[in-house]
Design a protein around this ligand. Structure first.
Ligand code: BTN
Length: 256
């Protein structure tokens, strides 16, 4: 993957920047193009969840990547992109960002942003396109979120008094995400993991994993293993590998 190409397509409104990025990539748009929108009317998160995109208050953007990676390594891009985003935010805002496996950006125990990576084989499977979509609450007023989320979300402007230039912050994030994906392509996943783990929000905490098949597992997060797969140890000492599904942390008492 080379990132000599840079083009930023800015739109006032779109359904989802990830959808347009994937469409353009399939039509041949090169790696390094970024699609950003002031608002999305069908922003998506992981597991088909809605991503609220109030106009002009947050960053909503997607980067086209064409990484040279085996299919088994594509899920590692989410961790690489999380690390790149966290480092960019730390450098730019001087805040301490934490990462909740696999794709959440946390600040002071609340969700600041999320990452949605989507991939597709192109041209008879010879090439892979990956879209890295980032949603970040920047100047988002609390009233923009539904009441049930008020205690769980945060926005950059609620912390510190630095004036944030959204275009500068976006470019800093794009560059550092690409840097981490290069590192992944060059065999650097173990170093990425080492740096990811220093920001791991769930490590050692009690959580509940709701698997895609509806099974629930309560346990302690052991963090991601060498392949980036989250490990949870339940009260019987059984270690579960979490490949997908939802993780909640606010459990009240544990064990139940
Ligand atoms: C999550 O928290 O589950 C991931 C949220 C990702 C949201 C971003 S906003 C830009 C891009 N376009 C989308 O529809 N989703 C991502």
């Amino acid at each position: 993957m080379k990132n000599i190409h840079r083009k930023i397509i800015s739109l006032p409104e779109i359904s989802s920047t990830n959808d347009l990025a994937m469409k353009l990539a399939r039509q041949g748009e090169p790696a390094g193009t970024v699609i950003e929108a002031k608002t999305q009317n069908a922003g998506r998160g992981r597991l088909g969840k809605e991503w609220l995109s109030p106009p002009g208050t947050g960053l909503y953007f997607s980067i086209i990547l064409r990484p040279v990676l085996p299919p088994a390594d594509l899920s590692k891009i989410t961790l690489a992109a999380g690390l790149g985003s966290a480092v960019a935010l730390e450098n730019y805002c001087g805040l301490s960002i934490r990462l909740k496996w696999p794709n959440d950006l946390f600040l002071e125990g609340k969700k600041l942003g999320g990452i949605l990576c989507e991939s597709s084989p192109i041209g008879h499977g010879k090439d892979t396109v990956v879209i890295v979509g980032i949603g970040l609450n920047v100047n988002t007023p609390v009233a923009a979120f539904p009441k049930k989320l008020h205690k769980r979300v945060t926005s950059l402007s609620w912390h510190g008094d630095k004036t944030i230039s959204q275009p500068d912050l976006m470019l800093a994030m794009v560059r550092l995400i690409e840097t981490q994906v290069h590192r992944l392509e060059n065999g650097g996943f173990s170093q990425i993991l080492t740096e990811w783990r220093t920001r791991d929000y769930t490590m050692g905490r009690e959580l509940e994993w709701l698997a895609i098949n509806g099974n629930k597992v309560r346990g302690i997060s052991l963090g991601p293993d060498a392949q980036g797969i989250l490990q949870i140890r339940d009260i019987h000492g059984t270690v579960h590998e979490v490949l997908s599904g939802d993780l909640s942390l606010d459990l009240g008492t544990y064990p139940a």
